[in-house]
Write a protein that binds this ligand. Sequence first.
Ligand SMILES: [Fe+2]
Ligand SMILES: [Fe+2]
Length: 341
Amino acid sequence: MSETQSMLKNSQEIRKLSPGSSFKAIFVVSSLFQKNDKNGKPYYEISVTDSCGTLEAKIWSDANWFDRSDPTMEPSAPAQKLPDEKLMSVIGSTVGTDGKTTEFRGQLQFNFNKLTLLDQEQFPPSQYLPRSPIPIEDLVSRYEELVSSCRPEISNFIRSVYEGDTWKQFRDWPAAVSHHHAYANGLLEHTLSVTDCAKSMAESLRISGYDIDVDIVVAGGLLHDLGKLESYKMTSIPEMTLEGAVLDHIALGYSKFMELAKEKGLDNSIKLQLAHILLSHHGQREYGSPVVPATPEAFVVSAADELDFRVFCWKDSVKDLTEDQPISQWHAATARRFWNR
Ligand SMILES: [Fe+2]
Ligand SMILES: [Fe+2]
């Protein structure tokens, strides 16, 4: 690591600095809006992301913008000024920033006084973005194990759904744009957590004498959020697609699943049971499911989906709590405060 790189701070460290501190950091730009200050001078509101989170900052009119995006440029060569017409091209790109913290109305504010558009090959945005805390190799081997545990008719179908580009998206996509698992590999992490949990519940119910098809539960778990592949996209940050916004992942997933089941000649009874899980997995009509779960297999998938969502929100909410403050702020999506016992 070079001396400059070792001086770099991440968003979490920057948030803990005291007012008046200077910092250097590398971020991916999520958004950039031009505004005017009270004297009519233009300034920018910028939102930047790194692997630790997001930071909102201001760029005043006296800030310097540089361009080091040309890979053929000598590292020692003086940086060129970034032309005004290229300012918006920083969105989705990696930038080097020099900044300072100030206090404004009792809150810490972040100002960038120098921004440098970096060589995107050398500093690929994907390397600086949040991703699942679970290593991708572990996620992939858990997925393989779950698929292989099903009878061939079902495992072959799942493998044919998640192949080629669809597999790459399923592996890399976020599970949401906010609320839960909103980072690279988040969809796979959430899907596996739901499936593992639903499988354990199904096995327990079977031991207790209930008639439940564990393979249908595993397939239902692995496919339940199939529609999210069309609902989200991972440019440099998780974003919702137009289809995701106006059709939602339950309808998108059902229609994709029916198309694939027909194309692959999936058995009718299996097709209907899985389609029912996809449509009912939000558990209630007011949560977006057009039908409520009506089979033991659908009960456990929707219960595991809700459980994973709640536990994730708990984990995310309590991470910044202290011993003196063990109760979280109001969490609107789950309608509760969380407790770090
Ligand atoms: Fe869902
Ligand atoms: Fe889900």
